[in-house]
Design a protein. Structure first.
Lengths: 164, 419
């Protein structure tokens, strides 16, 4: 997929008008994610009730890919159980790394609009940052960085399986 | 239109034929996703002309052996060619002596050599090192490491809104504890050409030695280390059409002789017993192990190539590109150039309202246009302008006006997508 199809209207729309943008006052889970290579950062606040994500919001400064990814992520996981969200995190990560068979069964729906990112290795981290930050929030890891020793790109599978 | 005046001025440079020069660079004719390559990331690394590629092939095909060792034919040829490359660099910089030129792996390695060889020997607790806001991380981090080790202090020269150093503030930083100045000649992030001669003179009035990071200067403007009277000068080959993996450090012979070696090993010794090693004379004292011989010879060939065009011609052509590109980007609504110094090389850092630099870089790439996006290893500069990152178009003498036009169209396309 070329970059022409990466910057599709749905991504541009979520960049222009991000959904669930802001900070929850009564969050019981939160995390901050940052990419020191480009200075992008975002925070995620969420309210988990009886293992369901009742409310979720994100806030931060980032490129269009990261912001649209965060916006679409919040709409995708709102109302879902923690384990459903972890499944989406895992599938999204595999898709951006080119490891997911999009023809096979998955739960990503419209999120497949980001599948073109696999051809742009330098931008994968932009798309994946919100998902790592969500994973951190769900697992009470307060801080994630794309460049830290605990780089979630490498470690998310183990972390995810630990948390289920 | 002012734009036409610039174009008219370009036509007058009859001796400088950019099309003939472009033909020397095979990579400039590749296409990227169906678009011709527009390579505007020269401040990160420049491209290599056929003349340098041929030189590398000839060395590897007919001249390679290890240097400074065997008495056989090839070793003598390789040693001779390697030393000839050193001589070309000496001439290029107008250094007094050939032994004042040390081959390193690049500018970063050169600065680390000075930090270890000079800094660790001569800088003590409480001493002060002056750096500037414009420094690349490679001229910040080694000195921070030294400051931490020794208990020394780093003082920083600020810049104004145009990206020019505050020279009064620089002069006011000097006191009896000032022991070293590290100064970037040309800012990689903004293109500012610093008044290094004036700053070196002032430091010398206080008997303080000055290291110039010339990574972004040597490829673009004529350098004369004797006229500058700098104590150290560093740059890399790959930014001036040479290979990666090699660079050089110029140092005044008296300073180099007083310094301790940086790396220990073969080739840097006069004699070794387990009780005592006597070091070789400069420059070999600082060239432990087998150096990148082929790359060093390619470095020499790159300098020959630049000199065959002429550094004044190169600077003149690039200045025209800078003025034209500046004018065109300034005319784009929503675009802002960071770094508007009176003296600049052809580097344009810019931001676009409402569009993150990484999105700009990706979309320009789809049009075949290569720019750098990010903090350019100069985070203090980004902090000064309160931006996380910029997009940077950096030109070389082989770029032409049509490539500036392609960049402008590319930027307008980005704005259309994000409208």
């Amino acid at each position: 997929m070329s970059t022409k199809s990466l910057y599709q209207e749905v991504i541009l729309d979520h960049n222009r008008k991000p959904r669930n943008y802001g900070t929850l006052d009564h969050a019981n889970h939160k995390a901050v994610g940052h990419n020191p290579l480009c200075g992008d950062h975002l925070d995620i606040t969420l309210q988990l009730e009886e293992d369901h994500i009742k409310q979720i919001a994100f806030h931060g400064e980032s490129c269009a890919i990261c912001k649209a990814s965060a916006s679409m992520m919040t709409t995708a996981v709102k109302g879902k159980t923690r384990s459903d969200a972890e499944t989406l995190i895992q599938e999204f990560r595999e898709m951006t790394l080119g490891e997911l068979d999009l023809e096979g069964p998955h739960h990503l729906g419209r999120l497949t609009v980001f599948s073109g990112i696999r051809d742009l290795p330098t931008r994968v981290k932009c798309a994946i940052l919100p998902w790592h930050t969500l994973h951190a929030a769900l697992n009470d890891l307060t801080d994630v960085s794309t460049e830290a020793a605990n780089d979630p790109v490498q470690n998310i599978s183990e972390n995810a399986s630990d948390s289920v | 239109m002012a734009q036409n005046n610039v174009l008219a001025a370009l036509d007058t440079s009859a001796e400088f034929d950019v099309n003939r020069i472009r033909a020397d660079f095979p990579i400039l004719s590749i296409d990227v996703g169906g678009n011709p390559l527009v390579y505007l990331d020269n401040a990160a690394s420049s491209q290599m002309p056929q003349q340098v590629i041929d030189r590398l092939v000839h060395y590897q095909t007919a001249q390679h052996a290890n240097i400074n060792r065997a008495v056989h034919y090839l070793s003598e040829v390789a040693t001779d060619e390697y030393e000839k490359a050193r001589h070309k660099i000496q001439q290029f910089l107008n250094a007094r002596e050939q032994r004042e030129i040390i081959f390193t792996s690049g500018t970063t390695d050169s600065i680390n050599l000075v930090m270890h060889g000079y800094g660790r020997r001569f800088i003590q607790a409480g001493d002060e090192i002056i750096l500037t806001t414009l420094e690349h991380h490679s001229n910040i981090v080694p000195w921070q490491m030294l400051a931490k080790e020794k208990g020394a202090v780093i003082r920083v020269v600020p810049i104004n809104d145009a990206g020019e150093l505050d020279i009064d503030a620089y002069e006011n930083l000097f006191n009896e504890r000032t022991k070293f100045v590290g100064l970037i000649h040309v800012s990689n992030a903004l293109g500012t050409i610093n008044p290094v001669k004036q700053m070196i003179d002032y430091a010398h009035q206080h008997n303080v030695p000055v290291l110039i990071d010339g990574a972004q200067a040597a490829p673009h403007i004529p350098i004369d280390v004797q006229a500058l009277d700098c104590d150290f000068y560093a740059f890399s080959a790959h930014k001036l059409c040479g290979p990666t993996g090699v660079g050089m450090l110029y140092g005044k012979a008296s300073l180099l002789e007083a310094m301790q070696p940086f790396k220990g090993g073969g080739d840097m010794i006069a004699s070794v017993t387990f009780e005592k090693t006597t070091y070789a004379d400069i420059p070999h004292k600082f060239e432990a192990g087998t150096p990148p011989i082929a790359a060093a010879i390619g470095f020499g060939a790159a300098i020959d190539y630049l000199c065959s065009i002429g550094m004044d011609q190169i600077a003149a052509h690039e200045t025209k590109l800078l003025h034209y590109a500046t004018e065109r980007i300034d005319a784009i609504k929503g675009a802002r150039i960071l770094g508007t110094a009176a003296e600049k090389t052809a580097v344009i850092s810019f931001v676009l309202d409402g569009v993150h630099p990484h999105d700009i870089g990706t979309i320009l790439s789809q049009d075949g246009i290569a720019v750098r996006t990010g903090h350019h290893c100069a985070q203090p500069v980004m902090q000064r302008y309160n931006v996380p990152a910029t997009s940077r178009a950096s030109f070389a003498f082989y770029n032409d006006i049509s490539e500036v036009d392609a960049l402008i169209e590319g930027i307008q396309n980005v704005q259309k997508i994000f409208l």
